[in-house]
Design a protein around this ligand. Structure first.
Ligand SMILES: *Cc1c(COP(=O)(O)O)cnc(C)c1O
Length: 347
């Protein structure tokens, strides 16, 4: 981003002008312990779930701050990372005018939310190995109304990490926000982006408890960004965007770093086992390298293999309309993976 440009220049005027909503929990700044009764939020005095949760999820943020080595003020939590995608459009894109850029094939939600917000999307094809194309920056700079660039690394459904220097070039030169979606980053050996939040005010990292942390049901996503950028996300989000139940359960998950590391290692190792086994099948055309917990595989006839696996009780994802003859296979448990390989060998 040009040094004479500020985040304020990128935010929609109505969002800049928006007065933050102040919930009952925020209005009261006194001591909770010294208060006799909270009669300020129209809550029910009875029951287990009667109180509104912490709107800023500070306990969860403090835990994430320790684990990720990132200050609390650079963390925003969301109702799944999809909420961050939705908010990004609301904050930065004037409907029917400002554009978003995506690198295809990629996660469909970027375009889905763009359609909801009437934001035109400019798709740029990844190259044949699913890396950013050489002329990505030039193409983006031609799009004068582009406000958001989504980069997914490791990318879904192709499973590969994108090159750090390619991404850096875009972050440094694009005069808009770059959202780097790292939903699968715990499966890849790469954690340097978190330390670059301070350096790049236009960079937002997206992570989640849904994949390596095994918390998809909780709907807890994380965005890491500058304090200034996150202030707009806090202003626009629903006040109580993560339930107290989810916050408590998230704290439990985040308390078990050892368990997290163990399952992550196992999934990474199993990824190699499945990839190797797939490569040995004569009806497999190509197994793409994977830095995630899933594998993109090209078959001679993907639809047939898909139907066959369903008949054996194994459900994979048909991605043949984005990558011809490709299925996306998630790494399962040891037993599930064994069964998958066994059934494929009998095909
Ligand atoms: C699974 C996934 C997410 C996570 O979404 P949540 O809303 O946090 O569950 C984000 N981005 C990509 C690319 C994904 O595949």
């Amino acid at each position: 981003m040009k040094s004479n440009l500020s985040i304020k220049d990128l935010v929609r005027p109505n969002i800049l002008a928006l007065k933050p909503y102040s919930s009952a929990r925020e209005d009261f700044t006194g001591s909770v312990a010294d208060s006799y009764a909270f009669l300020d939020a129209n809550e029910n005095p009875y029951g287990e779930y009667n109180r509104y949760p912490d709107p800023y999820q500070n306990n969860v943020k403090e835990r994430i701050s320790q684990i990720k080595n990132i200050p609390v003020e650079n963390i925003f939590l969301s109702n799944g990372s999809d909420e961050v995608i939705d908010l990004a459009y609301r904050i930065f894109c004037e409907p029917l005018k400002d554009k978003a850029i995506v690198f295809t094939p990629t996660y469909a939600m970027y375009e889905h939310y763009a359609n909801i917000h009437q934001t035109p999307v400019v798709p740029i094809a990844l190259d044949k190995d699913f890396n950013l194309p050489k002329d990505a920056l030039e193409t983006i700079l031609q799009e004068k109304d582009a406000k958001l660039v989504f980069i997914c690394s490791p990318n879904n459904p192709t499973a590969n990490l994108l090159s750090t220097s390619d991404i850096t070039k875009l972050v440094e030169n694009f005069n808009g926000m770059v959202i780097l979606d790292q939903a699968y980053i715990d499966f890849a050996d790469q954690n340097h982006w978190v330390s670059k939040i301070d350096k790049y005010p236009n960079l937002i990292l997206l992570q989640t408890l849904s994949k390596a942390w095994g918390g998809a049901n909780l709907r807890v996503g994380m965005a890491f960004g500058s304090k200034e950028v996150l202030s707009y996300f806090n202003k626009v989000k629903s006040p109580y965007n993560i339930s107290g139940v989810a916050q408590n359960e998230a704290l439990k998950l985040l308390g078990d770093v050892q368990g997290f590391e163990k399952t992550t290692q196992q999934i990474k190792q199993q990824n190699k086992v499945i990839s190797q086994a797939l490569q040995e099948l004569d009806f497999v055309v190509k197994v793409y390298p994977s830095d995630a917990n899933f594998i993109l595989v090209v078959f001679k006839d993907a639809k047939q293999v898909y139907k066959y696996l369903i008949s054996k009780g194994i459900v994979v994802r048909d991605r043949s309309f984005v990558v011809p003859n490709a299925l996306r296979i998630s790494v399962g448990s040891l037993k599930q993976n064994e069964r998958l390989i066994q059934e494929l060998k009998k095909y």
